[in-house]
Design a protein. Sequence first.
Length: 215
Amino acid sequence: MNGEEFDELVSFFDSMARTEWLSGVHDTLKEKTGSWERKNVLDVGCGTGRLLLRGADEAAKLTGIDLSSEMVKASIQNFFFHNRSEKSEFVVGDACDLPFDDASFDLTLSTCVMFLLPEPELGIKEMIRVLKSGGTIGMLNPSEKMNQKEAFQYCKDHQICGFEQTAMLKWANVSTRRHRYSSRELTALLEKNGLSDVEHHEVLGGLAIVTIAKK
């Protein structure tokens, strides 16, 4: 994987982040991670920064990292437009080799990213490494149920059409070619790497899983 693969997809990913279904999932993730008040928050694979904007009025600092330089530019621009540049930082970097010191963040996030990595556990280990003791990790991953047939049926059942449907079907297609997880597998993976209090919340009718855990 390299950032140039995603540089030309900024508009698509920004539009996807603003779909009703993914916006709703982001809202769920924000809610389940609790208050961001006075916290240093990191989003690994931040895209255009839409998730981090949800905590812009609470957090002490919001940091995003993405492999794509164009995604990083879009994040900077979005925070500028929302007058939140002073408490944000966006950098280009690899999820499997984060350029941050150990125990730097109170909350580390990742949505629609870890499942794309050739070795997702490496990315998860890095998220844990930069997390403070007592900190929280929050992730969104496709479940074992996610595939184009199930995603299409979900869209049909919920009257999701147009671009919103296209975005979900593309996510489903990529998921079947990369990594999908059960709650049990995610729990085992996180506990193996030193996390506890792992909880899962099914979203999108069970097509995806929001996972929260503590260090």
